[in-house]
Design a binder for this molecule. Structure first.
Ligand code: ADP
Ligand code: 2DT
Length: 188
């Protein structure tokens, strides 16, 4: 019998929902229970493409909307061979944002720029305004209607511990199911 493959576990949501906190907690908990798990995040700002994205997000450079969308996409594709290898080796990947953020953020951009400008907000990076984040949230709500993706909706307005307990249980189930299934492709 071959190695049982790992699961691809993606945490999506608006800024400050607690994704990074929960990804770290989840990887630690999975490891503590003897499972192999690693964390990844997108955008991965460490690569050459990631540095272009980072500069754009920090408003140090401007990029045309389609161009930056494709950079985000390329920034995932450049990691796909490594991700597949790890999954095949039985390592579960806990990923802080993935292609759903790509769709949600780009498609939220038709929000009236005049309305977004000047509103107080979150941090200083591009997209970090409450108006834009509301538009992103609505896009995520559309995306989770897609039955081809195994979505679980988590109420993030609870304590870090309560949210973690739920994510851990759901992830353990997902890992058990994934073990017996071939690696699929997103949106195929
Ligand atoms: P994201 O990665 O979604 O942007 P973070 O995990 O970085 O969010 O969390 C944003 C901030 O909120 C951090 O200061 C974090 O400690 C805090 N935080 C995360 N989860 C919770 C929670 N369930 N309750 C209260 N504060 C939280
Ligand atoms: P972080 O704050 O999580 O580093 O994200 N984004 C992300 C996109 O617009 N398209 C994408 O494909 C991805 C993965 C979400 C930085 C910002 O980048 C946005 C917030």
């Amino acid at each position: 019998m071959g190695v049982r493959r790992g699961a691809l576990i993606v945490l999506e949501g608006v800024d400050r929902a607690g994704k990074t906190t929960q990804c770290k907690r989840l990887v630690q908990a999975l490891r503590d229970s003897g499972k192999e798990a690693e964390m990844m995040r997108f955008p991965d700002r460490t690569t050459m493409i990631g540095q272009l994205i980072s500069s754009y997000l920090e408003k140090k450079s401007n990029l045309e909307d389609h161009t930056v969308h494709l950079l985000f996409s390329a920034n995932r594709w450049e990691q796909v061979p490594l991700m597949k290898k790890k999954l095949e080796q039985g390592i579960s990947l806990v990923v802080d944002r993935y292609a759903f953020s790509g769709v949600a953020f780009t498609s939220a951009k038709p929000v009236n720029p005049a309305e977004v400008a000047g509103r107080g907000g979150f941090g200083d990076e591009r997209y970090e305004t409450s108006v834009f984040q509301r538009a992103v949230q609505q896009k995520f709500e559309q995306l989770i209607k897609d039955p081809s993706v195994n979505w679980k909706v988590i109420d993030a307005a609870r304590s870090i511990e309560d949210v973690h307990t739920e994510i851990k249980t759901l992830s353990e189930n997902a890992i058990n199911i994934a073990e017996n299934q071939p690696i699929g492709e997103l949106w195929k």
